[in-house]
Design a protein around this ligand. Sequence first.
Ligand SMILES: [Zn+2]
Length: 260
Amino acid sequence: MKATKNGVFMVYCSCFSRACLTMIKRSPLNLFALAFIFLASLAPLSAAVAVNSVQTTVDRVVDGDTIEVKYQGKKEHVRLIGVDTPETVHPSKGVQPYGPEASNFTKKSLTGRQVWLEFDVEARDQYGRLLAYVWTAPPLSDEAGDKDIRDGMFNAALLLQGFGQMLTFPPNVRYVERFREYQTEARDHSRGMWRLSASQSPSGTSPTVTSIYVGNARSKVFHKPECLAVGKMSAKNQTMLDSRSDAINQGFRPCGICKP
Ligand SMILES: [Zn+2]
């Protein structure tokens, strides 16, 4: 809360250095009035100060968990702390199931938007990217509660809606307990990528999945990976398909529900 103290200090100084001093000399009653003004100024000040955060605008979304902003006059990539979305542009992993959905969600939610970057212990990762919690509403205090985080922090939104899974970046672990809760909540409710079966999940046994559709070898129907039918499909019937034309060529027809 250093900023608050500075703010208060400034009010105190500017006030006493000007007309107020003569006012105090003239009447002790004015001192009370002044004290009242001074105390009244404390409340709105402490509520309006955003903690350890920088306001900026999202110029571009790189993928689900990485954005580009202007920071101190320079274009910078910002990696969202605590969450990992499936890859869409990774050189070796290619497109992972649910990667495009996560990327589109971040694009839709953040492109062109005013955000507040909150930093943790380390400002940058080994690739020189900024590491931040991205708030769509200004973080108001050090003690952001569950509701503040759910309503205003985009890193949490990704976890809550199942667009990514937890990834801790020690020592940047300010919200790690909350994030664990949010991920459990998303998984328990089969939100987003948690609808996928274990074999397709980005953390599953096959880290280099490149398919974007899932076909059922028995029914010959293919689905978007987030389709409920995929979760119910037995593992041995699941066929990974790289594209829509790949699916059609192999004799699959599109699911009428998820309309791949
Ligand atoms: Zn489907």
